[in-house]
Design a protein around this ligand. Structure first.
Ligand code: FAD
Length: 471
């Protein structure tokens, strides 16, 4: 008999959720995870809880409060003098949030009787995993089903070697103990912009080098334009078409060389964040030796239901194709556990929402106008600006817009794009609507509480038929 019915390798939002769902379905489940926090203690939650989603949002919130107190609350008649910043306290708060949540996952494991194996897993075959425990102990475990959820790590750039001091990756930039005077960022993607926002709002001068001539070029064009306008107005120095050449760290800072349309450029910063993307974690996993096929970019090859090329071995989350998002990883974990139980698990990849947690936030789901045009799909668009929304005025956040795209004939909503206050929460309504195959008219006929920001969605839906009320 196998040691476990289900053995999960990796305890991030893909793996730990898969383990919980498998246990709920009655399987004897184990999860082997390698993570150790800065104190060297094992911690569940993977990248997301330890050095990703959660700590970045904890710092973004702190930075947002600091910024508002200094620059926005005066309009509300709230005056604060001698506002000071205690970065150590801010970091301690962030660490406490992380610890609360990672120990929460450990408690969920205990509640669901999941065996937590602290160490590294290596796939030997479709039934066997070799485990090297943190204390050096070795064991070979057998399992009925294996789920690989080993996640991803930051992509290294040869010309900018991360030293953890002057040149850092996202993990380093989440742990600064002082606000850098000048922070350079390589990469104007989600992570670069979010972390750039944090440190800029805390007082750093932030320069973002973006290779493409357009910021966030995969977004709906209106939204990307508005994002650039607003982030630049806040003081982020975004340099487009910047082709990075080199970064040299010295005692006083980092000297960066890059090419722009005007020729070779040089830039001096105190710290340099390399945020060019993430690569799948398959090193040391024994994937190839065990017979797993990887694609050209090193992701484990899977079908639409996350089956690998090995029988009864699944792979989910950042280590496979698709968006590198925590909720996508979790959805795949649930799907796979349910498939193992003989149920009809599935993930609707068309309704996975994306969020960029700058301020204002940017959120979207589904297709862009450009993608629809490429596919020859006829559609109608409705937009509504936050300036027409009562709640946005009450809050003092009137910048941004909502755009809804619906299929020309059926009116089915195909994409929703938001830049504005609380976009991360507002997008949930659009996701639900699209999950149910709803139309712009369905949304337009749905009562929305007044005054709320969600009324902007209803107005954008009305605008699809050319009948927005407050425009
Ligand atoms: P991971 O979370 O990477 O977990 C993998 C786990 O497997 C780790 O614990 C790792 O130690 C372990 N492991 C690896 N190899 C082995 C092995 N051989 N044996 C045992 N264990 C192993 N996503 C969002 O949706 N929203 C956000 O706001 C967001 N913000 C982010 C901010 C930052 C700064 C970063 C870096 C990422 C952010 N992400 C965000 C992305 C998100 O963190 C990832 O998409 C998500 O964590 C992927 O989950 P996963 O379970 O696939 O892998």
């Amino acid at each position: 008999m196998a040691d476990f019915d289900v053995l999960v390798i990796g305890g991030g939002p893909g793996g730990y959720v898969a383990a919980i769902r498998a246990a709920q379905l009655g399987f004897n489940t184990a999860c082997v995870d390698d993570w150790r926090n800065e104190q060297g203690e094992p911690a569940l939650g993977g990248t997301c809880l330890n050095v990703g989603c959660i700590p970045s949002k904890a710092l973004l919130d702190s930075a947002h409060h600091y910024h508002r107190l200094q620059h926005e609350l005066g309009d509300h008649g709230i005056r604060a003098q001698k506002v000071s910043l205690d970065v150590a306290a801010m970091q301690a708060r962030k660490n406490k949030v992380v610890r609360t949540l990672t120990s929460g996952v450990a408690a969920l494991f205990a509640k669901n009787k999941i065996t937590w194996i602290k160490g590294r897993g290596r796939l030997l075959s479709n039934r066997e995993v070799k485990v090297t425990a943190h204390d050096g102990g070795r064991d070979t475990l057998t399992a009925g089903h294996i789920i690989i959820a080993t996640g991803s790590t930051p992509t290294a750039v040869d010309a900018a070697p991360v030293d953890g001091e002057r040149i850092v990756d996202s993990t380093g930039a989440l742990a600064f103990t002082t606000v850098p005077k000048r922070l350079g960022i390589l990469g104007g993607g989600v992570i670069g912009l979010e972390l750039g926002s944090v440190w800029q709002r805390l007082g750093a001068e932030v320069i973002v080098l973006n290779r493409s001539g357009q910021l966030l070029h995969r977004l709906e064009a209106d939204i990307a334009r508005e994002a650039r306008r607003q982030l630049s107005a806040q003081g982020l120095d975004i340099r487009l078409g910047a082709r990075f050449q080199s970064a040299r760290a010295g005692k006083r800072g980092v000297t960066i060389g890059y090419d722009s349309a005007d020729g070779a450029q040089s830039l001096k910063v105190d710290r340099f964040l390399v945020a060019t993307g993430r690569r799948p974690n398959t090193a040391g996993l024994g994937a190839k030796e065990a017979g797993l096929r990887l694609d050209a970019r090193g992701f484990i090859e899977v079908d639409a239901q996350c089956r690998t090329t090995l029988d009864k071995v699944y792979a989910i989350g950042d280590v496979v194709r698709g968006p590198m998002l925590a909720h996508k990883a979790s959805e795949e974990g649930i799907m796979v556990a349910e498939l193992i139980a003989g149920q009809a698990g599935q993930v609707n990849y068309d309704t996975i929402p994306w969020v960029i947690y700058t301020w204002p936030e940017i959120a979207w789901v589904g297709q862009t106008s450009a993608r629809l045009q490429e596919q020859g799909i006829a559609f109608r668009a409705g937009t509504f600006n936050f300036i027409g929304n009562g709640r946005a005025h009450a809050m003092g956040n009137t910048q941004g817009l909502v755009k809804i795209l619906s299929e020309q004939d059926s009116d089915r909503v195909l994409g929703v794009h938001i830049i504005g206050p609380n976009a991360s929460e507002l997008i949930a309504e659009a996701v639900t609507l699209m999950e149910f195959g709803g139309s712009a008219e369905d949304l337009a006929r749905t009562p929305h509480a007044h005054p709320t920001l969600s009324e902007t969605l209803r107005e954008a839906a009305l605008a699809v038929a050319g009948r927005a009320l407050h425009r």
